[in-house]
Design a binder for this molecule. Sequence first.
Ligand code: SF4
Length: 451
Amino acid sequence: MPSVFIKTYGCQMNERDSEAVAAQLVSKGYTLAPSEQVADVVLLNTCSVRDLAEQKAMGKMSALIGQGKKDRPGQLFGFLGCMAQSRGQELIDRLPDVDLVLGTQKFHRAAEYLGDLLAGRRESVVDVAEEEASEARIREHVFPGNGAKAVTAFVSIMQGCNQYCTFCIVPYTRGQERSRSIADIVAECRELGGRGVKEVTLLGQIVTSYCKRNLPVKDGKSPFVQLLEAVQDVEGLERIRFTSPHPKGYGEDLVEAYGRLPKLVESAHLPVQSGSDRILKAMHRGYTHAHFLGLVERLRQVQPRIGLSTDFIVGFPGETEEDFEETLALCREAQFDQAFIFKYSPRKDTPAAAMPRQVPTPVKEERHRRLLEVINDLAARNSAGYVGQRVQILVEGPSKKNPARMSGRTRSNKIVVFDGSARHGGRLLDVKIIRAGPFTLYGDAAILEGE
Ligand code: SF4
């Protein structure tokens, strides 16, 4: 059977979609190739959120095709995901050697189309149509072989977004919000728990809108909180995370869930994007600087040690120095543990791309640098506060930077590296933090030896 290599760009949702495609192909007899050079089929799962991500995927595909022609004639190439959805046939017009273009509602059709292409029944396939119930098809997982156990897993709970933030291409590439049923998600979580998975991350473009139109609020609880309660009851699972919520969808019921559901970890990713009310309005975000800080305060009242991360966009059209200073102020006031900062990138057909007063690149770069300094400083101070404390970690496996050591995560989403061994994998352990870098903590091995 053929072998496949999938390279993924972009967010965790894309990671999850790629995993589901890989699982689908493995169930049809494909093997997973260790690199693109030795694969019979190479798929790029693409991201459209920034222009740079699209350019990277185009450049990569063009290089792969050039190499493949020399080394592996007959190799098949495909684009999946957001860029495939937004550009469709244009991708084959630009790179005629591409065989497959598969949109965001068509991941489950990868095996069928590749079968046709490999058998020579079709020369190329472009399918970016909408498909009802496709959100329920991102379900299968790839589990490690050799008796190793998966410790964490992503679970896709919904697709699409109806918020239409003026900078964002997602509503156009992922379509309207479509949610899986609670029963279906819980069944997947049970299966994962049964296979030894200890932590699930519930995924969607805007999880706080989960099932908003299909399920009524019950006893003051939104459908998303009802889902969290149902996953809380899944045996074997020890921790629940989710991403990405929308700050305006963070109701009291969700804030209060952090104090009530023991498996819901003390960690929240709250994408704020800007600290300026004027810019937040132009972005169509639906909240203000004050509202956002109120949410941070309420979360800290319920869970004082909660780890908070966020996303910022600098250089949105019309952003002045005063607007940017509001962002710096919000960042300091919220005391984030971590932030992902993006320079505004105009996206095709989004309202912000046509807005006047686009910010010059050097200004975006300068603001990016200044905001990063504030974030790095906050992160370092926050991490230093862990030194001397005993924290619970879930051991995920060998450290990526130094595989001789083990790595785990606190409930607040801090990485902890320690001198452990494979026998600690998948376990919940208490460790004492002895040293801290801005984004990594170092645990005390002596405590592990004693346990
Ligand atoms: S809520 Fe998120 S995914 Fe939806 S449009 Fe806004 S930024 Fe994009």
